[in-house]
Design a protein around this ligand. Sequence first.
Ligand code: RIB
Ligand code: CA
Length: 323
Amino acid sequence: MNATQPDATYRVIIDTDPGQDDAFALLLALASPRIHILGVTTVSGNVPARQTADNARRIVELAGHGHIAVFAGAERPMLREARPVVEIHGETGIDGWDWPLAQRPPEPRHAIEWLVETLLREPAGSVSLIALAPQTNLALALRLEPAITSRIARIVFMGGGYFEGGNMTPAAEYNILVDPEAAAIVLASGIDITAVPIDCTHTAPAPVDWSQELDALGTEVGRACAGMMRFFEIHGNKKFGTKSRPLHDAIAVGALLWPELFEGRRCPVDVERSGHLTTGMTVVDWLRQTGLPDNCLWLRRCLDPAELYRRMLAELARLPPVA
Ligand code: RIB
Ligand code: CA
């Protein structure tokens, strides 16, 4: 990510598979006056594609931004089977809160069609893509219409792991494992890419009992976030033996808004697609031994997790006043 000014503003498209941490990321982006959301695209991931689309519509409406359109996308990865993880996110994908039904009807256009049409209308280098899910939509859009590449200023994606290994297999993180072919296409696109892997997100667990601070916001968004936080930590704390969990996707939005809170290195990154034990592994040439071009800023750590979550809370507090 090119060095950005602390008060830079962004025109963004968010690709997502809500997912509680996706919900936090969407709410953070919706709250920030520095982010203008052109639209939201959803994809098969944590739960099936129709469910992620419905979830995203419920989330934007709860935030009082029901005018933002949500487009349902790919219903399975490019080559592989879908891999929902209801054991982590619950049957709805955003368990932890009784979400009001979305009032706005689903958009008729497919996410990939809308992505291409919208990007071709935008000036060169004017749109930031925030990718919070398996990257099937983005890869298919790049293959369908390569000309969109010039419109995209940067991609910030949550996914991958190298120093931390994986969170779904010893080698692979979920978003990359589900569609490694898609991730490889995106990484080879030549677009300015910032990766927010579990190497980084695992250095930024939420404050223990952060849900109490979310509840104290006194808004329905705060109460929904508190409920989601409590649910999201059940599986993760048991699996990882932790007391709190990182909001992976929200951290990716944080990396766009506040790059000064993170450190990493530009280096060559590619994806293993055929390893018996390593499929979905992000292979990070941290020491640049391959001589390949640096195609990604790989974020290694968050420098001040407490400040990151303080800023997130302050942004979330902007969302609709007490109902
Ligand atoms: O590995 C974490 C990622 O997988 C997050 O995007 C989470 O929502 C799941 O999709
Ligand atoms: Ca996600």
